[in-house]
Design a protein around this ligand. Structure first.
Ligand code: DLL
Length: 446
């Protein structure tokens, strides 16, 4: 698609703002945020004072990296409403995340926060080519999770028709997609695979009545290899959307259909940094670091330099779509998702990239950390692709590619189709631990 045919922007004034004007706006908003935090006198205000900041006017963007940070632990310590920056009566909604293995994280929104969130999701939908004439099949879960209601409000904000399918009940989703002919699909990438396979089984595929043009997939890490799988399975452009409850939910950053090579961060509202995980100092653009966000305009739960644990790199410049907003790369993993196997650091996405480059393998896989003996080892439990007609997957070749890429031996176990547990609702689980005395995490894994 050329720039001339680029879809509109939802908020062109903000999304294509010249860099200098944008930094001016960010500074003005950052100073106002700091004044607010100092006046509130909560933990963030106290830390600012300890860092020698007495007023917003004391800071500029160049000293951002010297300001105090916040983390998930601050939200947990203050659970449920300790970090609230507005009277409780001004909160119109709460959302949250069950977390990947910890306590739930609860976040609060004022009416204006909800409006902001809807606009951020409307930006993401518009960047994917959605228009007020679009039908958006929204299969993110509705509930405390921010995916369903966030996208829902964004679709309404931009005037599209939203189908609130939520997660699960796949046969009903197939019927809705067949009958309503949505052009936009929104769900997790793993559920998009599940839906695509179910649609194909029902004889509804690309060129067989499927009208989908783009998918907006996020809430879990996924690779370029999975993008190719999704694009051919569903006949769409598969685009990434990123966000986290603490910052607002989906809509912190999203890819455009023009370039589809990184996610535009809505940095007029969410100031982003990439930090070295160990030193906490900013890494140069292009290098992976921990995404750290400052909410510049949020009311109920403003956060200064929130360290997300998500690893990605940043890239500046004007995109062919015309947006000037900084781009983040796909998230390669979370700092706490990194597996350490016999001293070798492995991110699950590195394994996914090798596995899914093999068309003979299904996109469903599970990494099992076999801890039954003193020397843990990594197993990649895979299946042959459903409907795959070509030669069987070459297990020894895949193992040698994994060894070459990771510097670690990974045993590839090919299991019958349907063995790897699928996630219909919520986030895909890609890693399981197998401890002595446990049942195997996948039935039949000996
Ligand atoms: O997952 C918000 C969301 C909903 C984003 C729908 C996109 C689409 P939480 O449940 O709070 O919020 O989980 C946030 O999920 O810190 C990342 O680790 C991960 N995550 C979210 N989007 C992506 C993505 C929502 N596109 C946590 N790629 C984040 C990789 C993602 N990881």
């Amino acid at each position: 698609m050329s720039a001339a045919e680029s879809p509109a922007m939802f908020e062109p004034g903000a999304e294509s703002m010249p860099a200098e004007q944008l930094t001016g706006l960010q500074l003005e908003r950052l100073r106002a945020l700091i004044d607010r935090l100092l006046a509130l006198g909560g933990v963030q205000g106290v830390r600012l004072k300890e860092a020698g900041v007495a007023a917003g006017a004391d800071v500029n963007l160049a000293v951002l990296s010297r300001l105090p940070v916040t983390s998930k632990a601050d939200l947990w310590d203050a659970y449920p409403f300790g970090l609230l920056a507005v009277p409780r009566e001004d909160v119109v909604a709460v959302h949250g995340s069950s977390g990947t293995g910890g306590r739930p994280t609860l976040v609060a929104y004022t009416r204006d926060d909800i409006k902001l969130w809807a606009r951020m999701c409307a930006r993401a939908l518009t960047a994917a080519g959605a228009t007020p004439a679009s039908i958006v099949h929204n299969a993110y879960g509705y509930g405390l999770f921010t995916g369903g209601l966030g996208i829902h409000q964004g679709a309404i904000e931009m005037g599209a028709t939203v189908v609130p399918a939520s997660g699960g009940m796949t046969p009903r989703q197939v019927t809705l997609i067949r009958d309503l002919k949505p052009d936009i699909l929104t769900c997790t990438p793993s559920y998009a695979i599940r839906l695509g396979e179910a649609l194909a089984e029902a004889g509804v595929g690309p060129g067989q009545g499927l009208a989908l043009r783009a998918g907006i997939f996020g809430a879990e890490p996924w690779t370029e290899e999975l993008r190719l799988r999704l694009e051919s399975l569903l006949g769409i452009r598969a685009l990434d959307i990123y966000g986290l409850s603490e910052i607002i939910g989906p809509g912190v950053a999203a890819e455009c259909i023009v370039a589809a090579d990184g996610l535009h961060v809505n940095e007029d509202h969410f100031l982003v940094e990439a930090l070295d995980v160990v030193t906490g100092l900013p890494v140069p653009d292009g290098q992976p670091g921990e995404l750290t966000f400052t909410t510049l305009t949020k009311q109920a739960l403003p956060l200064l330099r929130y360290r997300t644990g998500d690893i990605a790199s940043l890239r500046r410049g004007t995109c062919p779509c015309g947006r000037t907003l900084v781009k983040m790369s796909k998230v390669t993993g979370r700092k706490d998702d990194m597996l350490v196997i016999r001293g070798v650091n492995v991110y699950p996405s590195e394994v996914e990239r090798v596995l899914l480059a093999h068309d003979a393998l299904s996109p469903d896989y599970l990494l099992v950390v076999d801890e039954r003996s003193a020397q843990p080892r990594l197993l990649a439990v895979c299946e042959a692709g459903t409907g795959w007609q070509g030669p069987a997957p070459q297990v020894t070749l895949i193992e040698s590619e994994l060894r070459g890429t990771l510097g670690l031996s990974v045993a590839v176990r090919l299991m019958p189709t349907g063995s790897v547990p699928r996630t219909e609702v919520g986030k895909a689980v890609r890693v399981a631990r197998w401890r002595a005395g446990d049942e195997p995490p996948v039935r039949g894994l000996g």
